[in-house]
Design a protein around this ligand. Structure first.
Ligand code: ATP
Ligand code: MG
Ligand code: MG
Ligand code: MG
Length: 475
């Protein structure tokens, strides 16, 4: 069996043999790019190169890039545990051409890697192209010998790629792997038709041609370029013959460590398995975020980290974990991935201490908050209500430190949702009140001062999807 580590190495070696410079992954926090919360694709570190603003001294590059997709345009938080193919943190294998080769070579390289180096069964592979991209369509026929019925034309949602609201973008062509009927969702199952795990998207070849300067304003890049991305965990699942990304070697060690601590067995119980997958996933993102210098806080990137920790703890409850455990499973991430990512080992002790402190602090209020939420859900069920008020959801956040996604996870199981707009409105109201109180009394409440600071200097478009509150009692 080929391990994920071996696949990563083979990928980089293959593209090095095709004249690509092997470049190290950049951190999860993008350097000098305020438009992006986290690195969400391999191209992020090369954004300026695509735009023609940086000349790195090579025109072909290959990477295995650390990615995080929580918040922003690409947000997979709610998908984790629900699908077999989405993580918050994952590795994206990529090859890049900066105005050098274009569509033909990109398709040739990808096909050669998948069918010759990795040895995938050709009869299981399909391709998609952008609606009017006859050129890519023709190339798939010519290079891979795919017949017309194995090439699908899809629109903006699937086959036009952009990193965010602005930045380099272009039409793309994707390679799908058919895992067979057993994994399908039944009648109507098909490429572009459903969202199940049967036709697994493994590799996206982006034909970078434009720069989106602002909404509605797109200009051509200096030179057409190539940006590709293939999820390491997905290709490993295919190569290792498992149906879920979570069953690959890289993940199993982490998941079984959580199962051992909890005294449960992976594969015995659906609810437990989801919890174990979420814990496995979040252990990775938490370890990598801390290694890249993000600290838990109540705003922006730090709040994403805090939410991941708290969400993991809540899923831990579902498998009976009430003592701190995440610092241990995040430690296993260091064992498993520390060789490929030395920053993990370097920050190990610090990371474990910070996670453990967060766990200890939140566990005090987690039980209370869960009990109050359960009580409210019982009352609502009896009364036939289906939407949690914004005020209630906000109170849980403000008093017990419950991020909205925990409320949604718990309530969703009982067919109840939270009024998210109301939640944000309640938060905004409290913020306004805090501000008024501060101006009125002339005192410098440190929490309010922090709030003001945030509003003036540190404003970014991300302070807003889940803002800080001045009076958060759990932080
Ligand atoms: P999907 O449609 O499955 O959500 P995507 O179209 O959003 O994937 P791209 O932006 O095209 O993904 O990223 C390139 C590749 O990265 C994908 O083809 C896939 O192999 C991998 N990938 C994307 N999102 C994730 C994720 N959340 N977890 C693991 N791998 C991912
Ligand atoms: Mg996606
Ligand atoms: Mg897709
Ligand atoms: Mg895609």
């Amino acid at each position: 069996m080929m391990t994920a580590t071996e696949i990563r190495a083979k990928f980089l070696e293959f593209f090095a043999s095709k004249g690509h410079q092997v470049v190290a992954s950049s951190p999860l926090v993008p350097r000098e790019d305020p438009t992006l919360l986290f690195t969400n694709a391999g191209m992020v570190q090369f954004k300026k190169v695509f735009l023609g603003q940086d000349k790195p001294g090579y025109v072909r590059a290959t990477t295995s890039q650390k990615c995080l997709r929580v918040g922003g345009k690409h947000n997979d938080l709610e998908n984790v545990g629900r699908t077999a193919r989405h993580h918050t943190f994952f590795e994206m294998l990529g090859n890049f051409s900066f105005g050098d080769y274009f569509k033909e070579d990109a398709i040739t390289f990808a096909w050669e890697f998948l069918t010759e180096v990795i040895g995938l069964d050709k009869s299981r592979l399909y391709a998609t192209v952008y609606l009017d991209d006859d050129e890519a369509h023709g190339l798939w026929k010519k290079i891979a010998g795919l017949s017309d019925d194995r090439i699908f034309r899809l629109g903006d949602k699937d086959n036009f790629w952009s990193m965010g609201d602005t930045g380099p973008c272009g039409p793309c062509s994707e390679i799908m792997y058919d895992r067979g009927e057993a994994v399908g969702c039944g009648p109507g199952c098909g490429i572009g038709q459903c969202d199940c795990d049967r036709y697994l998207e493994i590799w996206n070849l982006v034909f970078m041609q434009y720069d989106q300067i602002e909404p509605g304003n797109r200009v051509s890049l200096p030179r057409p370029s190539i940006d590709t991305g293939m999820g390491l965990e997905r290709i490993a699942a295919v190569v290792q013959g498992v149906h879920s990304n979570f069953d690959i070697d890289l993940f199993q060690t982490i998941i079984s460590s959580a199962a051992t601590i909890a005294g449960v067995t992976y594969g015995d119980n659906d609810e437990h398995d989801t919890a174990l997958r979420v814990i496995g996933d979040h252990s990775r993102s938490v370890a990598f975020l801390l290694a890249d210098g993000v600290m838990p806080s109540n705003e922006g990137r730090g709040y994403v980290l805090r939410r991941l920790i708290r969400r993991a703890l809540r899923f831990g409850k579902l498998i009976g974990l009430s003592d701190p455990f995440l610092y241990k499973t995040a430690g296993v991430v260091v064992d498993v991935m520390g060789e490929a990512f030395p920053e993990l080992g370097a920050s190990r002790e610090f990371m474990e201490r910070v996670v453990r402190e967060e766990e200890e602090r939140f566990s005090v209020t987690l039980d209370k908050g869960l009990a109050i939420l359960a009580e409210e859900l019982d009352r609502m069920t009896a009364a036939g209500e289906t939407v949690i008020t914004g005020e209630f959801a906000f109170k849980l956040y403000d008093t017990y430190g419950f991020p909205l996604d925990i409320v949604n996870d718990v309530a969703g199981k009982r067919g109840i949702t939270a009024d998210e707009d109301g939640y944000r409105a309640a938060m905004a109201e409290q913020k306004a009140r805090a501000k008024k109180a501060w101006k009125g009394s002339g005192e410098t409440d440190p929490a309010v001062l922090f709030l003001e600071l945030l509003e003036s200097g540190m404003k970014s478009r991300f302070v807003g999807y889940d803002q800080l509150t001045a009076q958060s009692r759990v932080n």
